[in-house]
Write a protein that binds this ligand. Sequence first.
Ligand code: UDP
Length: 329
Amino acid sequence: MSDAGNVLVTGGAGFIGSHVCKRLAAAGYQPIVLDNLSRGFRSSVKWGPLEVADIGDGARVREILNRYRPIGVMHFSAFTSVGESVQQPALYYSNNVGATAVLLQAVIEHGAPPFVFSSTAAIYGNPASVPVDEDHPHRPINPYGRSKLYVEHMLADANQASGLPWVALRYFNAAGCDPDGEIGERHDPETHLIPIIVRAALKGSTVSIFGDDYDTPDGTCIRDYIHVNDLADAHILALKYLARGGKSCGINLANSKGFSVREVLATVERVCGRPVAVKIDPRRPGDPAVLIGKTERAKELLGWSPKRSDLELQVRDAWNWYENFLPSV
Ligand code: UDP
């Protein structure tokens, strides 16, 4: 065991989970990855043991909790694609909600250690106004967002019933990669905008813009992109916050700056020095026009503020990963 203790990281073989593991290890914790590798990659687990298991398998989860006795749990295992959730809602509810209930039961039986949940700005749906703070009505417009919101409700109920301390970190759009190139964003298939454009710049392929008739200045959707290492830092701060008795709640993680799909395209073209061909496709079901977050709560409760907030920097780190590292991992 490391100095600061073991932390169970479900989904630690995935994009955000693996970046958090690297940061946990640097901070003196031992990340214990629990991942069924359905969407994650064995090669992304580099800073601690990997237990190949499903969070919905209560017996296995209990056995892992008993063996490692984690001082905290960080829960990333989930399906995360808005479009897929619209096509296959039951898949999202069974994996993101049903399996999480099994995990939660085992964690409570284990003594209810601090629980940091990977939530999303998708729980806000179409914002009435931006930037959105945590008290904005929770009205998700797609099954992915609903699945994450239901887990937040489960956590609040578990807190009432069993005292489980929890924080739900509501990410806006996770982007960028480890600047050292040890790990990066890998989805198969890839659905997220920045990696899609970076790959298109590398391969010379065409990017689809999902709708250019939104009520935004250039007609394309606006999102708030936040570097994955900034997200990772917030998880460790959240664990420490709960360990010192902080109140359980949802906390936004964002940059509070929005970029349209066309602005992201222009940034990638500038950073990569290559033009990217585009075509306009229909709107993607479940997409709100604008999502920008307010982060006063993260500053106040966690002492967190983003360090790699510049969109160019996020694109540069992604480009570095795709150009230099991804083919060899
Ligand atoms: N998007 C797009 N083309 C793509 C992928 C995404 O136009 O090939 C748009 C998508 O409709 C959304 C924004 O880019 O408005 C960000 O989408 P992403 O899937 O990266 O993140 P989300 O906001 O869904 O979490």
